[in-house]
Design a binder for this molecule. Structure first.
Ligand code: ZN
Length: 308
């Protein structure tokens, strides 16, 4: 199985505390590193976790609230100090580029490698980019300012030829290409090579959906449909639901409801309010609605497809 992992770097809301850092997480899909959000101090967290931040190719920023972006200008500045040459693609709200460049300008920070800022349409679901093996899209969430979530998804995987079949049928390179796509090969001699006989079927394509910050909205349900793993914010418990509504955040029950309605395989909740030291209440509330829920744990890496 190819690598598809999530490491939550920060899962607290609003401001970093001794207990939780603000939102950021690293997704490793097929050895490509994608940073989602960049809360304050993200570069230090990456270093402490011994995660190689120079290998990050793409940054996705959900919205302009401080707890999701304050770490970005400093992270890129340090990448530069350490001699980065590799281009970096940064997807985020329209205002992100002027914010980051404004900080660099005022602090006399010069960046010598190419940073491509790509403004995301925060009103409509959009495909941001795709590679040979996966694609990344954004979708609108419901928050106080324009905000989007992200979906990182493997493309259909290939069939793998069984070595025994390869030898037995003397399968040519051209035929391998067709069989790997799941196509039947008919030889001039009339011999038929079926992928179901010559190959091992492909693994199921996996997907990861990130939704923070957001109040409950069917838009997230739609975007998360059938995902392997959903990270959904659960800032408050139901007892605080009025504050959740007012600040356009979710309760743990809301997160469970999204997971249930979207039919995801696993839910991870995070973006916890600093009022909670013990997270078991949040966990129980979500589990009541959606059983396969885990709490985000900073620094822990989860294999996407495996929730324990
Ligand atoms: Zn926010």
């Amino acid at each position: 199985m190819r690598k598809f992992e999530l490491t939550v770097l920060g899962c607290g809301a609003a401001a970093p505390t001794p207990y939780f850092l603000t939102t950021s997480q690293l997704v490793n899909i097929h050895d490509h590193l994608i940073l989602i959000d960049a809360g304050e101090g993200v570069q230090l967290t990456l270093r402490k976790q011994r995660l190689k931040f120079q290998r990050i190719r793409t940054v996705l920023i959900s919205h302009m609230h401080a707890d999701h972006v304050m770490g970005l200008p400093g992270l890129i500045a340090s990448m530069n100090l350490l001699g980065r040459k590799l281009e970096l693609d940064v997807y985020g709200p329209q205002e992100l580029e002027s914010f980051v460049k404004g900080v660099w300008h005022k602090t006399e920070t010069h960046i010598d490698f190419k940073v491509n800022f790509i403004a995301v349409d925060t009103k409509n679901p959009t495909e941001l980019f795709r590679t040979n093996s996966y694609k990344v899209g954004s979708f609108p969430t419901k928050h106080r300012i324009s905000t989007c979530g992200f979906r990182v998804e493997e493309l259909s995987l290939v069939w793998n030829i069984k070595p025994y079949s390869k030898q037995k049928h003397a399968i040519s390179l051209q035929e391998i290409v067709l069989l790997k796509k799941g196509e039947t090969v008919v030889r001039e001699s009339g011999e038929v090579l079926e992928p179901s006989k010559c190959c091992k079927p492909p693994e199921k394509a996996r997907s990861y959906v990130f939704a923070a910050d957001t109040a409950f909205t069917p838009k997230v349900v739609e975007a998360a449909m059938g995902a392997t793993l959903l990270y959904h914010e659960a800032t408050f418990m139901e007892v605080e639901k009025e504050i959740a509504r007012k600040t356009m955040h979710s309760t743990a029950s809301d997160a469970g409801r999204v997971a249930l309605e979207a039919g995801v395989s696993g839910l991870i909740i995070g973006h916890f309010s600093n009022r909670y030291r013990d997270l078991s209440g949040l966990h129980m509330e979500a589990v009541k609605v959606f059983e396969k829920t885990v709490l985000a744990v900073e620094g822990k890496t989860i294999l996407i497809g495996v929730i324990r």
